[in-house]
Design a protein around this ligand. Sequence first.
Ligand code: ZN
Length: 377
Amino acid sequence: MSQTLARPPAGPAVATARTCSIRSLPNDLLVAAAAKAIELNPANAPAVQFAPGVAIEPEHLAVLTAKYWGTGGVHLTVQFLDNPPADLRARLLSHMNAWGAFANVAFSETAVNGQVRIARTAGDGYWSYLGTDILSISAGNPTMNLDSFSMTTPDSEFYRVVRHETGHTLGFPHEHLRAEIVNRIDPAKAIAFFQTTYGWSAQQTTYNVLTAIPNSALIATAQADTHSIMAYWLPASIMKDGIAVDGGTNIDALDAQFAASVYPLAHVAGWHHNDISAGGAPAAAGDPDGYVFELGVDGRVSGKADCNRLMGTYTIDTQTLRFGPLATTRMACPPGSVDADWLRALAATDSWLVRDGHLHITMTGKAGTIELEPAPG
Ligand SMILES: [Zn+2]
């Protein structure tokens, strides 16, 4: 998984029932949309080296700007534009909210003025605008298309397509555009393959498959993930090494980890200490601001145990959250502190899930639970 994007060539986006295009804004909206993205999340700004006397066009910077939402989380309303039946609306929404199991992400349905607007226009393919770009689409127009989706669409396509397009809405670009994957593709074979299979022009294949995301603004998992939900399937026949890129069929562990780092669930303001059932009677709640942790994109955790600071490493996947050895400062906290209990709880974390916007962590052996709420902003 990675952050930042390139812009598609002009002309009609060709998408098919097998693949996806990220929609880009019209040229006259690019600069304002980039400014909006940086306002919402300063990390969206491209890391561009300015050389003396070299001017960089605002449009070029705009194209290099990522489109992540704020680190406080993504809570968006969803409007269905073509009146799908209630069971289909609920099913689509549940797959969109699958990201909420890993990250501070929630989508809720609305009948009017939705922020995410979903159409199912036949023949228009699967596509979404990227992240905060959806704010620049005028009211009533779709921000995502799920070509012909119905209750008879195979369940696997709900996993593969709806979760992928929702990833774009969250700001995630295509994983197969990371240089280490692009460099494995034989350009001539790829152009021929996508021409035959999807009717793409050479220019479209160059943009969709052959143009690596520049590293200048890249925040990403350490290695490209060929099983990411954000990766295309690329056949072995177009790869120089003859090894296919499988592409994703569901949000995988690395996707979950990356989403959790961009929109951290565990950026917490409260520890519900009375939810700890281990060892008998619940203890009194400590000062909520004293029991916090934050999961960094680099796999490091930082936080507090009352009057002490804690630091260390963590691993997270679709089911488990575990902390490596945690180091702390060694202040003696005031009487009544539960800092030792907090550290014991963190050392024993096992499974996790998100319910009603709170992160629930279960300790090994079901010894207890921690419930955490997101920090404001
Ligand atoms: Zn896509």
